[in-house]
Ligand binder design. Sequence first.
Ligand SMILES: O=C(O)c1cccc(C(=O)CC[C@H]2O[C@@H](n3cnc4c(=O)[nH]cnc43)[C@H](O)[C@@H]2O)c1
Ligand SMILES: [Zn+2]
Length: 355
Amino acid sequence: MTDTSVPAVGTADRDLRAFIAGLPKAELHVHHVGSASPRIVSELAARHPDSKVPADPEALVDYFTFTDFAHFIEVYLSVVDLIRTPEDVRLLTYEVARDMARQQVRYAELTLTPFSSTRRGIDARAFMEAIEDARKSAEAEFGTVLRWCFDIPGEAGLEAAEETTRLATDDRIRPEGLVSFGLGGPEIGVPRPQFKPYFDRAVAAGLRSVPHAGETTGPETVWDALTELRAERIGHGTSSARDPKLLAHLAEHRIPLEVCPTSNIATRAVRTLEEHPIKEFARAGVLVTVNSDDPPMFGTDLNNEYAVAARLLELDEQGLAGLAKNAVEASFLDAAGKARIAEEIDAYTAAWLTH
Ligand SMILES: O=C(O)c1cccc(C(=O)CC[C@H]2O[C@@H](n3cnc4c(=O)[nH]cnc43)[C@H](O)[C@@H]2O)c1
Ligand SMILES: [Zn+2]
């Protein structure tokens, strides 16, 4: 794991971290398998000793240190290989929700890649039952509301696109919690426009479009996501900073960016946190949301991402509350659900500032 955490400095930093820890939050960009905690990964690795993933949580720190984005995907897929039964899927989903609840995450849109599971032999209906069972238990027991984004692993080609679209749009299979449709994996050599027909079908079926774009390629990929894939939010969008017209477009049309600072350092998409373009996004008036992407793999969690953002954007408690409300606004919750979490954020912040 690359050490990308914010160095602890003094009382003010500690106070802000305590504020963040209790702040009600929404998360919009976080991957299912990429959220497997070291405990879950080692439990699964011990169950499946033929895998190359280390069963010792300490060894995972080195295993989760990436040389570049391609290496990250290689390691990611080795963890995907550990998810072999519907019970593995249920356990992972439920435990991910538990970790979110501990960080006061009230609502999360979790990205799943069902193609990776069905192609490895997990029955599609059993997969959907497992995630839905975990979603309902998590909401009842932890109070964290989960919704799903199904993403196409772009590098796996149009076969993956077809299967993901089928699973997302067939009324007999698609799960109740599904709200959006995405596109993940490497961007280099995987042009976005080829996925237009699949996004058209998903949008026609009522799903919201949230592709990754501009994480490892230039701003033209973000434009493609907007014009060809009808993106309503952009996953990462890091390279948008290189195109002032694009930034103005994102700001004017209130198209949020799902910014994941530590992820960008860990995959070496951005060299250092100081060079991260989050400041440019905020300055241009873009609706910035902060997210954790694949938290244990990147040695982070959502609270740490808020601390990183506070440092880079020089936010105090009110600023952090505003950042949390950006995620609520950019979410696919209904108006009542948004109002409930926003009110909770305001009440928490007011109580903190008067204590
Ligand atoms: O499952 C397969 O067999 C398979 C075959 C070929 C290619 C792939 C993928 O490319 C899977 C990529 C996988 O990565 C997930 N992910 C997690 N974090 C990120 C990120 O920061 N940027 C892009 N993708 C990410 C994504 O959800 C895909 O599931 C799979
Ligand atoms: Zn991602």
